[in-house]
Design a protein around this ligand. Structure first.
Ligand code: SF4
Ligand code: SF4
Length: 354
């Protein structure tokens, strides 16, 4: 588990375990859930439609063997069922606002019963933006439920009628891979449910989503020119886990995803002008588009790399990057190349010729 996340979970679980610190623990949990939800938001906002049904780890043993869409579905169906049908004994968010129709799901269950190709075919049917809206609504609803609890109420245990109600809802499949969930949930008190479906379960599946999207990006970059339109090297980019190159459908770097058409302005401009990259453009030095906007502290380092490609070619840039990364520990190229494009070019040339 991500070390930072493991630490946060541990802290929340300790705090909610004591009456005195219960409320503080709940507030920390809500903040942590918001942070985790941010990962889902980034994926939903950035990735192409096909990413949500692809299964890059189909034969693996673990949560990452599913799809991105199934993972979102599963996290929030479980939370909705547990929060409303089991704990609050009221209507699930899913039914209250007709989310099933909007999402286009053929099922109302947690999805545990689906296997292999069934997960792919299920994922293809889902409207991802509608699924994301549902996930956000479930998170908000559960946050309200958590804030209304005190330590004493959180120690409530469940009874046979509670079990029967969950079973009768039809939201947990009778399949062997799913039906155990009812016993599992009902064997815990509310504190136990906060520890699993409302916190740890999120981390497990969001980590799986990160593995899936990392692999999709890696696969997308295979055989693709590693020189980005702006002059950076995708092979050496610190964003490579989130981005599958501006030359592919996985052009999911933060610059592309802030624009409505999800295209990096430098990539779009080069394509419109029929250029292989900004290094072929006579306006490079004075350009303020996209990644080169003056407010971006990486603009001049990227320009220095584009200028270097113009002079020495792409292979030379990649080789120089290898040398720089061997010698220095850095993430962003401006840490080494600075804020002046001409000086940045000189640094690259020194390294290349050295
Ligand atoms: S952010 Fe740019 S350099 Fe980095 S991987 Fe994406 S396209 Fe390549
Ligand atoms: S105008 Fe700017 S963004 Fe467009 S190709 Fe030239 S350098 Fe690149």
């Amino acid at each position: 588990m991500d070390k930072g996340w493991a630490e946060k979970i541990k802290q929340v679980h300790t705090l909610i375990g004591k009456e005195k610190t219960f409320k503080e623990g709940i507030e920390q949990l809500i903040g942590f859930r918001q942070e985790l939800f941010g990962q889902i938001t980034q994926i939903v906002n950035g990735y192409p439609d096909e990413a949500f049904w692809q299964m890059p780890y189909a034969n693996a043993d673990g949560n990452h063997s599913g799809t991105l869409a199934w993972s979102i579905w599963h996290i929030f169906r479980i939370e909705d069922i547990v929060a409303h049908t089991l704990i609050a004994n009221d209507e699930q968010v899913f039914f209250a606002s007709d989310h099933q129709k909007r999402i286009g799901s053929p099922i109302i269950t947690t999805g545990n019963e689906l296997q292999g190709e069934e997960i792919v075919s299920f994922s293809k049917k889902l409207d991802v933006p509608a699924l994301y809206d549902y996930a956000g609504a479930v998170m908000a609803s559960t946050n309200g439920l958590l804030q209304g609890l005190d330590h004493k109420a959180a120690k409530r245990k469940f009874t046979d009628p509670d079990k029967e109600r969950v079973a009768a809802s039809g939201c947990v499949s009778a399949d062997g891979n799913a039906v155990w969930l009812i016993e599992y949930w009902c064997g815990k008190d509310i504190l136990g449910l906060i520890r699993m479906p409302f916190s740890r379960h999120w981390v497990m599946h969001i980590e799986a989503m990160r593995r899936i999207k990392n692999k999709l990006c890696k696969d997308a970059r295979k055989g693709v020119d590693p020189a980005a339109y702006c002059g950076l090297s995708c092979d050496h980019c610190f964003l490579a886990e989130w981005c599958g190159s501006c030359r592919t459908k996985y052009n999911t770097c933060s610059y592309a995803t802030i624009f409505e058409d999800r295209r990096c302005p430098n990539a779009a401009c080069c394509q419109d002008r029929g250029l292989d990259g900004c290094y072929e453009c006579p306006e490079l030095e004075s350009c303020t588009k996209g990644f080169y906007e003056p407010g971006n502290d990486g603009a001049n380092a990227a320009k220095a790399q584009a200028m270097f490609i113009r002079k020495y070619g792409k292979k030379a840039l990649l080789k120089t990057h290898d040398k720089l990364h061997e010698r220095y520990d850095f993430a962003k190229t401006q840490e080494i190349l600075g804020q002046d494009m001409h000086e940045g070019l000189r640094i690259l040339e020194r390294e290349y010729n050295g």
